[in-house]
Design a protein around this ligand. Structure first.
Ligand code: BDP
Length: 684
């Protein structure tokens, strides 16, 4: 199994009894519709059930008195559909058939995938009764793909979009991609890097993007484009790209109209502006709201929207990057057009393996905020380390902001329920590439899957999502499934243990962001170094954000200030995010900081060994190619976990001047030797 079929394998169910049982419900598929989306639903069910059951499944226009089939219907009237949101669906048994019903065609498609999922994961279909509504309206992938075929922070080969072939050749992968996304409810995709080339707005590229949009449309996926704010100058030679300049505004009006001639249901623009050197309205003394509203105005005649990123930070040596997004955007709350969604990364710095939620969530009552997660594992072992991210996404979504009292979780800010927003967005930076298995590490597929499932329903548990994915992708053997799920649940805490325990952050190798480089003290900007974040000195470790150095903690609600602000009460997972703790300070675990730090680094390495051992027990249940691929990667992971451990422990020891706790074996190499490894990595 080369992994190319993702979680939509539809291999024959091995258990004959089970197969016969399912076959009773899947004799035919009924629809009289000629709608492209309904036809996709019917085709998917047919292919899926034929594969799973090993039997022909017929497609008929009307069921008449036949029973034992599936009926697809778009209906406003069904009593089940009364409580359905537009994309929602109901699946229920009726007079011997299974009905998949929705108000919209795409809802039926989602229902079809849900029914397939039930069979793929071995659940019963008798008396089936499902009602499912998406909690978030725009469930979106953000590709960081460039026109030249590279992918920013992509670890699975080159870009999956073949711009040189489009619009003439449609790679079959685009269809596979659309199916995979639709199967987890993803309904939007921005196709290019946020560090955007203006090229994507040229007629030549719009034709190519149109071809992609045409493939994705029947699967309910809208296309967005990341735009470069300087495009009016770059493409048409205008003297400025000032958002208040009438000529510039006219340019965007016309460009937006032009795009709609190619893609009538264009999703909209995604913009990274005045961030990391990208152009933006501030270049002309204007605000983010001025920039976003200009684009929103251009979008007024159409259904599309403008997604404006809040990932901004200035190189102020006395500032704290933690606060930048908040401080720049807070004065603009209420100034954004209703067509604008401000997209905020889950944490205040940058997709670290563990961050407290971004303080903007819960502080903006008049602006629709969207969530941006990173599915691609820039700081999480890329395509080598096994890290299942659902627990991380959930930790953020489940944290209480307390903005309207207890029960004001980040998820409720995002879904619009706290501030009554009309729109809602959850975006994930895609991890797809040209690799045969799409995502590099076989388990990285689960992060794409989990992202989509959580965007649909963030209340699903990370265990349930993992179970679905395992059942559809690896095995349905009960014991093996349990074991794999346990590996997945342990993977993120393990990774954090040997990289960033106790709330450490941003100590990775410069540029590549892969291995450890806690000693990094010089870079293009101070806030790209490691020492800026960990603040190790002879006294202790961690970034004091409670007042003296930075008052970032004040951006949170009183309840959080009280718990996170008190080093005695602060969740140890966030401790060094907010406090500079003395090496000898006794923590709630009973150990002092130094010992606790060592224990965690060592335990992380030990846990990788546990993951390896547990994986070995699964050999008989997993396809051999997949088994070996994970097995080999776990070996590299072990080596690199030791690399992280040795680098961090030896480096911090220079400051703590304390011995490695007695029951741990000290690293068998010196700090200087470990530093050399990093140089070798740079050479690659
Ligand atoms: C950082 C990445 C950088 C991205 C940037 C962003 O290192 O490549 O361009 O985020 O989100 O994580 O814009």
């Amino acid at each position: 199994d080369d992994g190319s079929r993702l979680w939509l394998k539809y291999d024959l169910i091995k258990d004959v009894k089970q197969r016969e049982n399912y076959a009773k419900f899947t004799k035919f598929i009924t629809t009289s519709s000629t709608n492209a989306t309904i036809l996709k639903a019917s085709e998917e069910l047919k292919n899926g059930f034929e594969g799973l059951m090993g039997k022909k499944v017929s497609t008929i226009k009307k069921a008449d008195s036949q029973v034992g089939g599936i009926i697809l219907e778009v209906s406003e009237k069904q009593i089940f559909t009364k409580n359905l949101a537009n994309d929602g669906f109901a699946i229920f048994s009726n007079k011997g058939n299974i009905i998949i019903s929705s108000k919209t065609e795409v809802g039926v498609l989602y229902g079809a995938f849900e029914l397939l999922r039930k069979v793929q994961t071995g659940q019963s279909l008798s008396n089936i009764s499902v009602i499912s509504n998406p909690k978030i309206k725009i469930r979106m992938l953000n590709h960081w793909d460039n026109a030249n075929g590279t992918v920013e922070r992509g670890y699975a080969g080159s870009s999956m979009w073949k711009w040189n072939e489009l619009p003439f050749r449609i790679d079959p992968r685009y269809i596979a991609y659309a199916r995979a996304n639709a199967s987890i409810g993803i309904n939007a995709t921005s196709i290019n890097n946020v560090n955007a080339s203006s090229r994507f707005l040229t007629a030549e590229y719009l034709e190519k993007i149109k071809a992609v949009a045409d493939v994705l449309r029947p699967y309910g996926i809208k296309v967005f484009i990341s735009v470069n704010f300087r495009s009016p100058r770059t493409l048409s030679g205008l003297k400025t790209s000032d958002p208040l300049d009438p000529e510039v505004r006219q340019w965007w009006n016309e460009k937006t109209k032009e795009i709609h001639q190619y893609i009538p249901d264009f999703g909209g623009y995604l913009v990274k502006a005045n961030s990391e050197g990208e152009p933006g309205p501030q270049d002309y003394g204007r605000t983010h709201a001025d920039g976003a509203n200009m684009l929103a105005e251009a979008m007024k005649p159409f259904a599309g929207i403008v997604i404006w990123r809040a990932f901004v930070y200035n190189a102020d040596p006395n500032g704290d990057r933690f606060k930048e997004g908040y401080e720049q955007f807070k004065p603009l709350d209420g100034k954004f057009d209703s067509k604008v969604i401000v997209q905020v990364k889950n944490g205040p710095i940058d997709f670290m393996p563990r961050e407290p939620f971004h303080p903007m969530f819960g502080a903006f009552s008049k602006t629709t905020l969207g969530m941006e997660f990173q599915i691609t594992q820039e700081y999480l072992g890329q395509s080598t380390h096994l890290t299942y991210l659902a627990p991380m996404f959930k930790e953020c979504l489940d944290t209480d902001t307390y903005v309207k009292g207890k029960g004001s979780e980040v998820a409720k800010v995002i879904d619009g329920s706290i501030y009554n927003n009309q729109n809602s967005l959850m975006a994930g930076v895609a991890n797809t590439g040209s690799d045969v298995n799409w995502c590099g590490h076989p388990f990285n597929q689960s992060n794409w899957y989990a992202f989509g499932r959580l965007a649909w329903d963030y209340s699903l548990s990370s265990e349930q999502i993992a179970n679905e994915w395992i059942g559809m992708t690896l095995t349905n053997d009960v014991v093996a499934k349990k074991q794999i799920n346990s590996i997945m649940q342990k993977s993120l805490p393990t990774y954090i243990s040997y990289t960033y325990p106790l709330g450490l952050h941003h100590m990775m190798g410069e540029g590549h962001h892969y291995g450890p480089e806690p000693w990094l003290s010089k870079s293009g900007r101070l806030d790209w170094t490691s020492i800026y974040y960990h603040r190790a000195d002879s006294i202790g470790l961690g970034f004091d954000r409670t007042g003296k150095l930075s008052n970032a903690l004040k951006l949170y609600s009183n309840e959080l200030i009280e718990s996170w602000g008190n080093p005695e009460k602060c969740n140890l997972n966030y401790l060094l995010w907010f406090h500079h703790i003395a090496w000898s300070k006794k923590l709630s675990t009973g150990n002092n900081l130094w010992d606790e730090l060592c224990f965690r680094y060592y335990d992380g390495v030990k846990q990788v060994k546990v993951l390896q051992d547990e994986w070995e027990t699964l050999k008989a249940h997993i396809d051999f190619e997949t088994f070996q691929s994970v097995q080999g990667r776990l070996k590299i992971q072990e080596k690199e976990a030791i690399w992280w451990r040795d680098a961090c422990v030896l480096y911090f020891q220079e400051y703590s001047k304390m011995p490695i706790p007695k029951n741990l074996t000290p690293p068998n190499r010196s700090l200087e030797e470990v530093k050399k490894l990093v140089e070798i990595y740079h050479l690659r």
